[in-house]
Design a protein around this ligand. Sequence first.
Ligand SMILES: [Zn+2]
Length: 365
Amino acid sequence: MTPFQALLTGPDGGPAGTPVSAHFFGAQLVIDAPGHGVDVAQLIVSVGGVDGPELFLNWLDEPGRQASLKPLTADDIAIVLREAPAALQPQLQRLWGERQRNRRQVSGWLLGLTGATVVATALLWWQGGHAVGALAGLIPLSTEKQLGELALAQVRAQGGISESGVAQQTVQEIGRQLTTGSRYQYRWLVKQDDTVNAFAMPGGIIVVHTGLLRQAGDPGELAGVLAHEVQHVEQRHSLRQMISSLGWGALVGVTIGDISAVAAMLAHQAGTLYFSRDMEEEADRLGLLALQRAQIRPDGMLHFFQKLDDKDKANVPGWISSHPQTAARAQQIRSLIAATPCPACVPLASQHWQAMKALVASADK
Ligand SMILES: [Zn+2]
């Protein structure tokens, strides 16, 4: 019942966080300022910290937005460790214990950074999303790949993932044409799922649902979606969004091999990263250029957008609902196509297309 002071980030606390007072009451975590409680069973503990130890209590609210509560001082952390209900204690004991053991390794990871840089970095971070973009550039490719692998393990655990077969080959055959010269080694996966969806994970992992393959009218439409998703990887949008929703503590966890908390959090959010409007427009624009570089007629991207926009959006969850402002973006793509004519571009052909379409048509019905 002892209250502790904490920073609430996410639902109602805003992206930069709001100081609140909180306490445990029965099986509830009660947060005073916005006046709501969270069932302790919903909480996922993570640990991190740059200058000192940090503890995070994370959860997802009803619409699936990530929230986290970070006790402010060592005394506040002590209250949480002491007063958390029994249901939360195993997670707390395990992660906090590991955290204490890993502290020296964390210092090692930060060896290249001076204390001043760390403070400046932390300040920038709390000021909001723009800093994440700048700082994402500092993350080594190897760490990004590890984060992607971890996210992929969670997606695999949900089942229905194919890494071979005619559908996967079709996606890979088309995708490869859009990633020549990339610093990433792409992996193309198909998920047995009726939702019209595709998503990109850090490090070059692209997952396409069979529902989207069924909706795609021709190889050019699928190429349009893939070109867009590839740019979420190339521009590190997926990495940035994952960091801003998981917190930097998660990244440190990945780097030092303490991946249990990150894995648990990724299990909730794999495939549900939401991008800013700017990121979406960037992915459209650069995706369009990638199509043209591959001499693929880029109008498939536009057609796929229009097709989904024409349908009742309530019946088309997934790709289009996580990619809002469809009409405005379709207009932007139309103008870009008009402004950058590509006489060498031809309609895309795919040797596996018919076999793939037959497969996805029969698989789910
Ligand atoms: Zn997107």
